[in-house]
Structure formats: structure tokens, C-alpha cells
Design a protein around this ligand. Structure first.
Ligand code: HEC
Length: 154
């Protein structure tokens, strides 16, 4: 690692440790909410282009479907980690329903089921557009299965 990179890493570590460890309970809860929302924003950023293909807003690209589905399959297993902090007692800007922490095993099982559907989509992308679109529908259903129960409906 170069010196400047090392210095950068040290600064990053310092700022992370300030937010993660030295904060008040309120600040920690807000940071936990930001972290889980950040993860799901990234999931959404990989989901978006595939959804745009389904809606024929951009041309179908099997390679991109596969790459994005693989990334979603890597990210979704992080859900149990970023939802470990039960923030239901805090007044936060969040769409996470308190029911998550009353049913954390079911919630985590839904994350795992959705990750499997994302992996299935990555595999289906090798079998052509028809197979990929069907698998995408199933993956979308697995996102919705969790959102319907545990995310505030707008
Ligand atoms: C196990 C439950 C679960 C699964 C599975 C899940 N989500 Fe979510 N998602 C949530 C919850 C809970 C929130 C609200 C987070 C918050 O505001 O604290 C959310 C929020 C989001 C957001 C908004 C993030 C933001 O704050 O801007 C997006 C986008 C999103 N999910 C996309 C997806 C997609 C796409 C999938 C499937 C590939 C998916 N989610 C699967 C539970 C889940």
C-alpha cells in the first residue's frame, strides 16, 4: 500500500470509528438506519437497469443482467448484518417497520430467499432473454415479499 493510500485509510478508519463507536445512542441508531438504507440503495442501483430492460427503455443486455444479478446476490446476504441493530425505539427517517425486529428470523429468511432468486437470475441470464425475464420476475417478487411485510408503503 502506498503512503498516501495508507494515510487515507487511517483517516477513513478514524472517521468511521467516530461515527460507529463514540456516538450517542441516537446517533448510532441514525447511523444504523443510514447504513441499511445505503445497502438497499446500492441493491436498487443494480436492479434499476434490469428493470429498464424489462420496460424496454434500454436494450436487453444479457451480460449486464448477469453482472448486476451477481452483485445483488452478493449484497442481499448483508441484510441480516445491517438490520442487526433494533432501532424501533428511535425516531428516525426510515421506512423499516418495527415488525422486523419482532420477526427477525422470518425477515432474515426473506433476505436469504431473495439472494437465492438473484443467484438464479444470474444463472438464467446465460439461457437467453426469456429465461432471464422470468427469473427477474421471480426475484422482483422476492423483494416485494419482504417490502410488503416490513417496509412502510408509500
Ligand atoms: C428481507 C427484507 C428485504 C428484502 C429481501 C429486500 N428489501 Fe428492499 N428494503 C427493505 C426495508 C426494510 C427497506 C427500508 C429501509 C429503511 O428505510 O430503513 C428497504 C428499502 C429499499 C429501497 C430504498 C432504499 C432507500 O432508502 O433509498 C430500495 C431501492 C430497495 N429496498 C430495493 C430492494 C430490491 C431491488 C430488492 C430485491 C432485489 C430488495 N429491496 C429486497 C427490506 C428488504
Amino acid at each position: 500500500m502506498s503512503r498516501s493510500l495508507l494515510a487515507f485509510a487511517a483517516v477513513l478508519l478514524l472517521s468511521l470509528s467516530t461515527t460507529t463507536f463514540a456516538a450517542s445512542a441516537d446517533e448510532r441508531a441514525a447511523a444504523a438506519a443510514e447504513t441499511r438504507q445505503g445497502l438497499l440503495k446500492v441493491v436498487g442501483s443494480y436492479f434499476g437497469p434490469i428493470y429498464a430492460m424489462v420496460r424496454e427503455q434500454i436494450p436487453y443486455d444479457g451480460e449486464l443482467v448477469k453482472a448486476n444479478a451477481e452483485k445483488i446476490a452478493t449484497l442481499l446476504p448483508m441484510i441480516p448484518d445491517v438490520f442487526r441493530a433494533n432501532t424501533s425505539a428511535y425516531d428516525l427517517d426510515t421506512e423499516s417497520l418495527d415488525e422486523i425486529w419482532d420477526n427477525i428470523d422470518d425477515f432474515n429468511a426473506k433476505a436469504s430467499a431473495s439472494a437465492e432468486k438473484a443467484a438464479a437470475l444470474a444463472a438464467a441470464a446465460d439461457q437467453g432473454q426469456g429465461a432471464a425475464m422470468k427469473a427477474f420476475g421471480e426475484m422482483g417478487g422476492s423483494c416485494k415479499a419482504c417490502h410488503d411485510n416490513y417496509r412502510l408503503q408509500n
